[in-house]
Design a protein around this ligand. Structure first.
Ligand SMILES: [Zn+2]
Length: 241
């Protein structure tokens, strides 16, 4: 293992929420769930009626500012120990799909725009910035499996930092976007040999604590090259549920 970046910022520009995670010296230090507020039309010099032309940019700036507050990245001065040395961002490749763009263009454009904004802020702090598409790092693993593996790879003290909610059964479920951001950071750290690729317990045991697959619950699971699929030489097993 080599010395990890002092601070690593990882972002998951999911829809409709943004997840972010901060690693210090290779350990998860904070995770945040930033939500897109509903946009209210506002006056604009071009349009006869209130519109969103000025609201969208100001909302994006507010979200980026909120993210900085949530992760204690405000008012960074030169030499500040909180400054990220590396920023990694998941950039939704679907933004380039016309079909999806029509269906969810506003949400995706806010979040990819926000990701770009955070990358620019990171660059201004002097951070190295990298972006990865979901398939670059997740492969084709089903989301719950990928997320359960990520939870198993985090230390119990790190898991305790992840935002969660209680589902109908009263089970504490980790919010998907901050968990994905933490997983992206973890993937990057292990891929760069800054952190050991190791499970802390069984990932199957973590499945009840991650969000279920809402899109295609019955889609057969592909072995793929997904996140940490090679841990302990095991391929993900099909689960009958
Ligand atoms: Zn306007």
């Amino acid at each position: 293992m080599t010395t990890p970046p002092r601070v690593l910022l990882a972002l998951d520009s999911g829809f409709p929420d943004l997840g972010a995670a901060l690693y210090r010296a290779g350990r998860l230090h904070a995770a945040a769930w930033v939500r897109v507020p509903p946009l209210e039309p506002a006056p604009c010099p071009v349009c006869p009626r209130a519109c969103e032309h000025g609201v969208l940019p100001s909302t994006m700036v507010k979200l980026a500012d909120q993210l900085e507050r949530d992760l204690d990245l405000c008012d960074l001065s030169q030499g500040d120990e909180r400054i990220p040395e590396v920023t990694v961002v998941e950039w939704a490749s679907q933004i380039f799909s016309l079909k999806l763009a029509r269906a969810r263009s506003r949400g995706l454009s806010i979040l990819t725009g926000l990701a770009a904004m955070i990358m620019d802020r990171s660059a201004s702090w002097g951070a190295q910035t990298y972006h990865f598409t979901p398939s670059d790092w997740k492969g084709s693993l089903r989301k719950p499996v990928h997320q359960a593996r990520a939870v198993a790879m985090l230390l119990p003290a790190e898991r305790a930092l992840l935002p969660f909610y209680h589902n109908e059964a009263g089970i504490q479920v980790y919010r998907s976007d901050p968990l994905d951001a933490a997983a992206l950071g973890l993937w990057w750290l292990t891929k760069c040999h800054f952190r050991e690729l190791r499970m802390h317990g069984s990932w199957q045991m973590m499945l009840p604590f991650v969000e279920p697959d809402r899109r295609q619950p019955h889609k057969p699971q592909l072995p793929g090259l997904g996140l940490f699929a090679h841990v302990a030489g095991r391929r993900p097993r099909r689960r009958s549920r």
